[in-house]
Design a protein. Structure first.
Length: 260
């Protein structure tokens, strides 16, 4: 993301920019609603699945989230070469995730655990594709770091279920330490999502349908969060991150007040 030149300050928000920010805020609210609807639909299975998860698995979910994100960061962009180039649309990623979730849930918890890196990589690829659509460099390490930031966009059971706008104007350091630090920051929120996912897949055979449905919902959710994240970043290049994020939060706040 280009830095704002102090001698060439950002222009004031235009009516069109404000309308685009409002549309991104609406997209975030809608994504949260769809995700929670999907979780509530399989609520009984989630509750039963959580009881079936062994204590060791519950304690290791954060570690599973970290390792899955690290694996995705390392392989997601590489998987876009060769035959992977033909898999680039949101629809293709949703289909892949649905199939992966069905296979992962068919054998219960063992296959669900084995499927986690696959599902996470599919989601990461989908987020990366959105980043490229908004003008981010496809081969850039910074782009992959920004994709990681999207995984900190909350999820079911979290209080801050939306993009972390602190990342919008930040200049992310590109180093092994920085990558691991960012993964450690976003992994707990992603772990909350993985807990729901594992719970739906914990019952053999029955978990196949629930796993397929939740995988589809999770891809849809993170793709929407990616549109919000990278849409705000694109606007910030012209109007400055402070003005863009301030207006975004004001629109979100107004929406919450309207619902009360």
């Amino acid at each position: 993301m280009k830095e704002i030149n102090p001698h060439d300050p950002p222009q004031p928000l235009t009516a069109a920019a404000k309308a685009e920010i409002a549309a991104l805020a609406a997209r975030q609210r809608k994504a949260n609603g769809v995700l929670m609807s999907a979780i509530n639909f399989v609520g009984g299975q989630v509750e039963d699945g959580l009881k079936l998860l062994p204590a060791a698995a519950k304690d290791q979910i954060d570690d599973l989230a970290r390792s899955a994100l690290r694996h995705s960061y390392d392989v997601a962009s590489k998987s876009r070469t060769g035959r992977g180039q033909s898999i680039g649309s949101d629809r293709a990623h949703k289909i892949l995730a649905t199939l992966s979730g069905a296979v992962g849930g068919f054998g219960g918890l063992p296959t669900a655990l084995a499927e986690l890196p696959v599902a996470t990589t599919v989601i990461f690829r989908a987020v990366h594709q959105v980043a490229v659509e908004y003008g981010e460099g496809p081969a850039s390490e910074e782009t992959k770091m920004e994709c990681l930031a999207v995984f900190g966009a909350g999820g079911p059971g979290t209080d801050d279920d939306g993009v972390d706008t602190a990342f919008i104007g930040a200049r992310l350091s590109i180093s092994g330490v920085a990558v691991n630090g960012l993964i450690s920051k976003v992994a707990p929120k992603f772990a909350a999502v993985l807990s729901q996912k594992l719970a739906t897949q914990a019952v053999p055979i029955l978990g196949a349908a629930a796993g397929a449905g939740t995988n589809y919902a999770f891809v849809d959710y993170y793709v929407s969060m990616a549109h919000v994240h990278f849409g705000l970043r694109r606007l910030a290049r012209s109007f400055g991150d402070q003005a863009v994020t301030d207006h975004f939060h004001s629109v979100l706040a107004a929406g919450k007040l309207a619902q009360t």
